[in-house]
Design a protein around this ligand. Structure first.
Ligand SMILES: *[C@@H]1O[C@H](CO)[C@@H](O)[C@H](O)[C@H]1NC(C)=O
Ligand SMILES: *[C@@H]1O[C@H](CO)[C@@H](O)[C@H](O)[C@H]1NC(C)=O
Ligand SMILES: *[C@@H]1O[C@H](CO)[C@@H](O)[C@H](O)[C@H]1NC(C)=O
Length: 509
């Protein structure tokens, strides 16, 4: 009996500690979406760039998107593009099953399957979407696929309706396809998302944004590939701002366009690139490089692992950037992105600092979250060190503490005391009565960009709360305290009431 009790006790203890281990994988501590695309062909890259599902650490993602499945043009059904990698048959690597199985260890995760991508092109999707019967065959095949492999949903990556030999009627048919999928998904609770192109003409011609926003659960905006060697001149892959007021090729322009064309901010997930674009200068002796005007050759150079001309993963770039002196590091103010140069070679990319700035922009716009393309080119092996990811947060914090309202905001918001908070995570805290910024530990670790994105989300959310509170306090302070104040207060409340009502009723003020 004693032995049995002991055994039971040990079993219980072991299962409790196993559970505490499992409980550690609760996902991000903020409530924004972090959608991580996995480019499954990364498994064919040479070491140390080779990325298989065993390398995937999804604790900082809320959603994983397995990329890509394709379309069988004859039957209009979804199919695996790499059966050996994706499926179990013929001793296959069972990628679908293994990525979904990550949910056992990470119960917070949603795992979806993406269909399409650049190489699949547009015409076969155009044909499929153009007839009720073929859409129906597609929808049925998707339901079977999701059910077979226990995916949580589908991500549509048709690049792009109406473009790349698509047809003008794709715009409406894409809405029909999305509507029919979303209706078919409803009984099963599947998630339906789509990756949309961020260029002006793509957004204008390919998408009926207001309708898509109604039927899609999340909209993954591909806020990258704005510039590359195809321009003939140097440019940033993902500039936050354009080079002048007329420039529509920027993250800011894309997001403003979507918000003003009926996309709900909480459904919008802003894409962040974990890669850069490579260039070879036409004139290697050029002294000063200018985005938008310095001429480049028609083809860029390749990275050692990704092996694609004009493209380099962050994990390749950061090694170059931190290796000795042959690459010169520059920060491009207007686009808020870095670039490095070695003679005639230039790489325009994103690092921790530029991603933290983009995160802050997305949070200030109240967007639903951030997406990364793609997690397999983060520094997942921890080969690099980044040190200045938060310098812009530090600068803003310095300016914030100089504002007399900050002390009042700290009080009304109950900002935690640094001594009571313990040592977890980056935070705004109160230290010696002052608002203080506690930064993440700068440590040598893998998945540096994923960590930066998550920490920057937490900090940006807190910063926004503080700034909003300071705004509120300063508006309250503006109400005069003389004998007119009663009338003015009434006036202010009246305006408030009107603004609130009209925003509820959807009237444009
Ligand atoms: C499409 O599906 C049909 C029927 O299953 C099959 O015979 C054909 O080989 C498939 N085509 C492609 C290109 O996969
Ligand atoms: C730096 O680059 C050179 C040449 O590409 C390479 O041989 C060397 O291993 C690199 N060093 C580090 C520390 O990455
Ligand atoms: C990263 O920084 C640490 C501490 O400064 C240093 O010991 C290590 O060698 C650095 N690693 C690389 C790859 O630069």
């Amino acid at each position: 009996m004693k032995v049995l009790c002991f055994v039971l006790f040990v079993t219980a203890a072991v299962s409790v500690s196993a559970q505490t281990l499992a409980v550690k994988h609760v996902g991000p501590s903020h409530d924004k979406k972090v959608v991580c695309y996995v480019a499954t062909w990364a498994v064919y890259r040479p070491d140390p760039g080779k990325f298989s599902l065993e390398d995937l650490e999804p604790g900082l993602c809320t959603h994983l998107v397995y990329s890509f499945a394709g379309l069988n043009e004859t039957t209009n059904t979804i199919k695996s593009l790499d059966p050996w990698q994706d499926l179990e048959t013929d001793y296959g690597r069972a990628g679908y099953k293994r990525i979904v199985a990550l949910k056992d260890k990470y119960p917070h995760l949603k795992v979806t399957l993406a269909i399409g991508g650049w190489n699949e092109g547009s015409p076969r999707y155009s044909n499929m979407a153009s007839k009720a019967e073929s859409r129906d065959a597609f929808v049925k095949s998707v339901l079977l696929m999701l059910n077979n492999y226990k995916f949580d949903g589908l991500d549509l990556d048709w690049e792009y309706p109406t473009k790349r030999d698509g047809k003008p009627y794709d715009r409406e048919n894409f809405v029909l396809l999305v509507k029919e999928l979303s209706e078919a998904f409803q009984p099963y609770g599947y998630i339906l998302t789509a990756a949309l192109g961020a260029g002006k003409t793509t957004m204008e011609t390919a998408y009926d944004l207001a309708k898509l926003s109604r039927y899609l659960d999340l909209i993954h905006m591909m806020c990258y590939d704005y510039h590359g060697t195809w321009d003939g001149v140097l440019g940033a892959n993902a500039p936050l701002r354009g080079i002048n007021d007329e420039d529509t090729l920027s993250v800011e322009w894309t997001v403003e366009y979507l918000l003003s064309h009926g996309v709900s901010p909480y459904k919008m997930v802003m894409g962040l690139p974990m890669y850069g674009r490579t260039f070879i200068l036409r004139d290697p002796s050029t002294k000063v490089l200018e985005f938008g005007s310095t001429p480049v050759q028609s083809t860029g150079f390749k990275g050692p692992y990704t092996g694609e001309a004009g493209f380099m993963g962050y994990n390749e770039i950061c090694v170059a950037a931190s290796n000795g002196s042959q690459w010169e590091y520059h920060w491009h103010e207007q686009s808020e992105t870095p670039y490095i140069r070695d003679g005639e070679k230039v790489i325009a990319y994103d690092n921790g600092r530029s991603l933290a700035i983009k995160v802050k922009f997305a949070i200030d716009k109240n967007l639903g979250g951030l997406m990364v393309w793609s997690i397999d080119t983060d520094d997942f092996k921890g080969l690099c060190n980044e040190t200045d990811a938060y310098i812009d947060f530090v600068e803003r914090h310095k300016r914030m503490v100089q504002d007399p309202l900050v002390q009042k905001a700290v009080k009304t918001l109950n900002i935690p005391d640094a001594n009571l908070l313990g040592s977890r995570g980056p935070h705004y805290v109160v230290k010696d009565g002052l608002l203080s910024l506690r930064l993440p530990h700068l440590k040598y670790s893998n998945y540096a960009l994923m960590q930066t994105i998550n920490d920057a989300i937490s900090l940006a959310v807190e910063e926004k709360r503080i700034m909003d509170e300071m705004d509120r306090l300063s508006r309250d302070n503006e109400v005069p305290t003389n004998e007119d104040s009663g009338v003015n207060r009434l006036g202010v409340s009246f305006v408030c009431l009107f603004v609130c009502l009209s925003s509820v009723l959807g009237i444009k003020v």
